[in-house]
Write a protein that binds this ligand. Structure first.
Ligand SMILES: CCCCCCC/C=C/C(=O)SCCNC(=O)CCNC(=O)[C@H](O)C(C)(C)COP(=O)(O)OP(=O)(O)OC[C@H]1O[C@@H](n2cnc3c(N)ncnc32)[C@H](O)[C@@H]1OP(=O)(O)O
Ligand SMILES: NC(=O)C1=CN([C@@H]2O[C@H](COP(=O)(O)OP(=O)(O)OC[C@H]3O[C@@H](n4cnc5c(N)ncnc54)[C@H](OP(=O)(O)O)[C@@H]3O)[C@@H](O)[C@H]2O)C=CC1
Length: 283
């Protein structure tokens, strides 16, 4: 892939990238981004911070989070780092308690933490299936349910954006994650109705192939075919996904709930993604 993944994910580049949003959009607001230490999550976190939000980032690896935090603090922003494994409900609970103790409010959650490995579904070990479901269905659910409980208890409105994958045509090589994300999309549509009386909006962003360091887990034969992923014949950028998350979180999204915003360069209409390599039959 000729795309310069490192440059597109460089914090300074992201911080200075053009954005359609005004600098004080989130002044006085608090935003939580899971998986904020790398890739899409870092881009979303940096954009929230740039637009004036107080930022909370979580993920399993403290060092990655601290690097992002140091960068934002260097720009004058306020950041709280809470290392958290979203698969552990007690850790998720402690995260929300900490946010309340530090800031006394929370306005936006972008539920981005997640991941999977490419393998033909017929070969999944039960432990592998369970790990991906735990990460992407259970972990995302704990994060969104706890956010809703928080907003119910403090009686303030809130917005959740769940990062999922494009599920319409499935995606060979990652059936486990497609199953998990389809579950989150279904849950989001359902709780969008249940939680509307609480002033809580719940939406999803479904990125297509996006240029992050996370793509390194895919085999070279899959990477070679990345330009076939969509009619624009390029990966999306972390900034493009970040701006779509801001669109749904901010007042631009105030009449949108239970929706899935697909940001995939048209990939669900035309494109091929063989994440574990293309089988002979389809050559
Ligand atoms: C072609 C491009 C695709 C574009 C679009 C696709 C949509 C999404 C793209 C992205 O998400 S990009 C990147 C996002 N980041 C990641 O995916 C992070 C990397 N992945 C992981 O960290 C792991 O896959 C994980 C399983 C999610 C981590 O969970 P955990 O730490 O619990 O797992 P492990 O202990 O490592 O493994 C548990 C279990 O899982 C099986 N397994 C893990 N890796 C593989 C593998 N490479 N191949 C086959 N099986 C695997 C295995 O059963 C493991 O158990 P043990 O064998 O270790 O006992
Ligand atoms: N890049 C792409 O093409 C696409 C990505 N996505 C999704 O977007 C999201 C971001 O991916 P991307 O930025 O590309 O890849 P990354 O691997 O860079 O991001 C995943 C982030 O999630 C964190 N994370 C993973 N598991 C957990 C966990 N159990 N608890 C807390 N944090 C966790 C990771 O941090 P740590 O390991 O330190 O915990 C990491 O920061 C993922 O959900 C991914 O599946 C969806 C479609 C396409």
């Amino acid at each position: 892939m000729s795309t310069d993944v490192e440059a597109l994910n460089n914090p300074e580049t992201l911080w200075n990238a053009e954005t359609v949003y005004r600098p004080d959009l989130f002044k006085g607001k608090v935003a939580l981004v899971s998986g904020g230490g790398s890739g899409i999550g870092r881009a979303v976190a940096l954009l929230f911070a740039r637009l004036g939000a107080t930022l909370v980032i979580c993920g399993r690896t403290a060092e990655k989070l601290e690097k992002v935090a140091a960068f934002v603090r260097g720009k004058g922003g306020t950041v709280l780092v809470v290392p958290t494994n979203v698969r552990e409900p007690e850790q998720v609970d402690a995260l929300y308690q900490r946010i309340h103790a530090e800031f006394g409010r929370l306005d936006y959650v972008v539920n981005n933490a997640g991941g999977q490995f490419p393998q033909n579904a017929i070969d999944y070990a039960p432990k592998g299936w369970a790990a991906v479901i735990n990460n992407n269905l259970n972990g995302s659910w704990y994060m969104m349910q706890r956010a809703a409980q928080y907003w119910r208890d403090v009686k303030t409105p809130g917005s959740i954006v769940n990062i999922v994958v494009v599920t319409e045509r499935g995606m060979p090589g990652v059936a486990h994650t497609v199953a998990a994300r389809a579950g989150i999309i279904g849950a989001s549509r359902t709780v969008a109705v249940e939680w509307a009386p609480l002033g809580i909006r719940v939406n999803c962003v479904a990125p297509g192939l996006t240029a992050t360091e996370g793509l390194e887990v895919y085999p070279p034969e899959a990477q070679k075919e990345f330009p076939l992923a969509n009619p624009l014949k390029r990966p999306g950028t972390p900034m493009e996904i970040a701006e779509s998350c801001i669109y749904l979180s901010a007042s631009s999204g105030s009449f949108i709930t239970g929706e899935v915003l697909t940001v995939d360069g048209g990939g669900k209409l035309w494109g091929e993604l063989w994440t574990a390599g293309r089988p002979e039959y389809y050559r």
